[in-house]
Ligand binder design. Structure first.
Ligand code: NAP
Length: 263
């Protein structure tokens, strides 16, 4: 399959590790020019160096930015515009909100989750759109969670805010179709990353079990019987963000090994 990414510029946010990193690397492998951001400079520079070394693609750039800050996002785009006129593909990712149920989440955490998980998508999309519209071609993929289809215990912030991202994405897909900007949601189930290991650790402490036991129970509930790899997730991200996808927009695509049982 030809993804036609060699002349494309991609921005992957929150990408020094985990899903964002694997996605940035997969786009670099396809020959795209890739910008990635995260908040911690040493980890970001290490990620850029690793992607360049492993893919042989020198057109990989790291820029420090916190996507929960609108001024950081403006500065990120200003830096990108010093290199290229705009981005063709936007992969909206951010850190996950803290675990907790309704009784244990305070107003500050609600507000922080709203800014980090929903407003970041609004701000990044707003700055990416003018160039996409002007050239009548763009792809936006908003990373969310399987919680958009089935709430996850003890993750009320994710359960609430991801639904907002799904609603926003559907509206954007309808509004942007005339500009040939395709907008989709990519929803991971349980993909093996530090974030998932951390959530397993919290759950193990909560249940008084060890982490291996918790992971085993979690994997048993997945029809494919295991956590996914970041590479498996990134393959779908690249497809949705490429010219190979010409007719899929406004959809939520689950990468979950069959975990979610809804139709
Ligand atoms: N892995 C899964 O199976 C899964 C399932 C459902 C949902 N998700 C969601 O998918 C997203 C990525 O998950 P992951 O597993 O890849 O997490 P991860 O392994 O913890 O990686 C998170 C990445 O995001 C960066 N980051 C965090 N907050 C940021 C911010 N405000 N601005 C810029 N960069 C930021 C981190 O770097 P810095 O800390 O240096 O900024 C890091 O590079 C999260 O929202 C998570 O909740 C993941």
């Amino acid at each position: 399959m030809d993804f036609e990414l060699a002349d494309k510029t991609v921005l992957v946010t929150a990408a020094s590790k985990g899903l964002g990193f694997a996605t940035a690397k997969a786009f670099a492998q396809e020959g795209a020019r890739v910008f990635l951001c995260s908040r911690t400079e040493p980890a970001l520079l290490q990620a850029v160096e690793e992607i360049q070394r492993e893919t042989g693609n020198a057109l990989v750039y790291g820029m420090v930015a916190d996507v929960s800050s609108s001024s950081d996002i403006e500065s990120l785009f200003a830096q990108i515009h010093q290199v290229v006129p705009g981005i063709d593909v936007l992969m909206n990712n951010t850190g996950g909100p803290p675990p907790g149920d309704f009784d244990h989440v305070n107003d500050e955490q609600w507000q922080q989750a709203f800014i980090s998980n929903l407003m970041s998508v609004v701000w990044l999309t707003r700055l990416a759109l003018p160039y996409m519209r002007q050239q009548h071609w763009g792809r936006i993929v908003n990373f969310a969670s399987s919680s958009v289809r089935q709430p996850i215990d003890n993750l009320i912030l994710s359960n609430t805010l991801r639904a907002g991202v799904a609603g926003l994405s559907k509206s954007l897909a309808l509004e942007m179709a005339k500009d040939n900007v395709l907008v989709n949601v990519l929803a991971p189930g349980r993909i093996s990353t530090d974030r998932v290991a951390q959530l397993d650790k919290v759950r193990a402490a909560h249940l008084g079990q060890d982490e291996a036991q918790v992971r085993h129970q979690s994997e048993s509930a997945i029809p494919l019987g295991r956590y996914g790899s970041t590479k498996e997730f990134a393959s779908m991200a690249v497809f949705l963000g490429s010219a190979a996808n010409g007719y899929i927009t406004g959809q939520t695509v689950l990468v979950d090994g069959g975990m979610v049982r809804s139709l």
